[in-house]
Design a protein around this ligand. Structure first.
Ligand code: SF4
Length: 313
């Protein structure tokens, strides 16, 4: 298995892409001007407690620029700095299925004319993937490499309520199950480790539950605090905690990986932010979290999926 994973102790997306496309492939983050029902008043106006007004937009993206221009300049910059020649167009900011199917069809197809774009990734909420939109994504996925990224975050109902997500566990399950009826769509779960009042056992159970639901990929995030969020107030009042020490996060991340299905592709091991960051400070280091997790995997001679078939809490 470790050989298949390029010597890593987890099934990394980078290695997977190199195997699939024969070279490095980079994501280009895009902001297609969507909003989110949890901000525009449909479900609420405050948003999730950890989300700032940028809706998880990448720092280098200018939302006022047309999407095709964002993609063109993103590819140019990444190509100059990394030498990459192939890209995934990543619809990242806010909820990228929050529009009528005809609008989405035009948008998703607009990036496909770029010959260097080998795939697309669409990030959205689990309550924003009705069947007609899944059908559209499946149609694209028949021709192109596609990831549908769902903001699952946790499988604990009470936490979803505390986060002010505006959806529950049932919608998480329903979105994954319906997406799985379309065999060409790769489904990814965004999961946050270290959410308020979640125990280590509950974090491990999250890994096991998304594994059993059959997702194909995961993005692991640690909880971090940025300015202009409800979480920032809670943190300053001492009512919310984060993994201040990267070692503490690395330990729980390793246990999460050990309980994850081994064929799930791990797109990221932790979050990253610089703009408006309050805590933990290591969030601004793109590599430190990964380095610590890999060190621990080696130190304990362990790997992704080690306990998937024999639960270990
Ligand atoms: S659903 Fe996404 S974009 Fe909307 S408030 Fe929550 S984190 Fe932000």
């Amino acid at each position: 298995m470790l050989e298949e994973w390029g010597g890593k102790r987890y099934n990394s997306f980078g290695v997977h892409l190199r195997r699939l496309f024969g070279e490095r492939v980079h994501r280009v983050s895009l902001d297609a001007g969507f909003t989110c029902p949890n901000r525009d008043g449909t479900l609420g106006t405050g948003g999730c407690i950890f989300c700032d007004a940028g809706g998880s937009r990448a720092g280098y993206v200018n939302p006022k620029t047309p999407v095709e221009e964002q993609l063109r300049s993103g590819m140019e910059i990444i190509s100059k700095t990394t030498g990459a020649k192939k890209f995934i167009a990543y619809f990242q900011a806010f909820s990228n299925t929050y529009a009528p199917p005809e609008t989405l069809e035009t948008l998703y197809y607009s990036v496909q004319k770029f010959p260097d774009v080998v795939g697309i990734a669409i990030s959205t909420r689990p309550d924003l993937v009705p069947d007609e939109i899944l059908d559209l994504i499946e149609k694209i996925a028949v021709q192109k490499y596609v990831w549908l990224e769902l903001g699952i975050q946790t499988m604990k109902e009470e936490t979803l309520r505390r986060l002010n997500r505006g959806h529950g566990v049932q919608q998480n399950i329903d979105a994954i199950r319906r997406a799985k009826l379309r065999p060409h769509i790769n489904i990814l779960a965004h999961m946050i480790l270290g959410l308020p009042d979640e125990t280590d056992t509950e974090i491990i159970m999250n890994a096991r539950m998304i594994s059993e639901l059959g997702v194909h990929g995961v993005k692991m995030h640690h909880l971090y605090v940025v300015e202009n969020t409800v979480l920032a107030n809670l943190y300053r009042e001492g009512k919310a905690k984060v993994y201040e020490d990267v070692e503490d996060y690395a330990h729980i991340a390793v246990r999460f990986l050990e309980n994850l299905r081994p064929d799930i592709i791990v797109h990221r091991l932790h979050g990253f932010a610089t703009s408006g960051l309050i805590a933990p400070s290591w969030t601004s280091n793109r590599f430190l979290g990964t380095q610590k997790i890999e060190e621990l995997l080696n130190k304990y001679n362990t790997y992704q999926g080690k306990y998937y078939n024999s639960p270990h809490f």
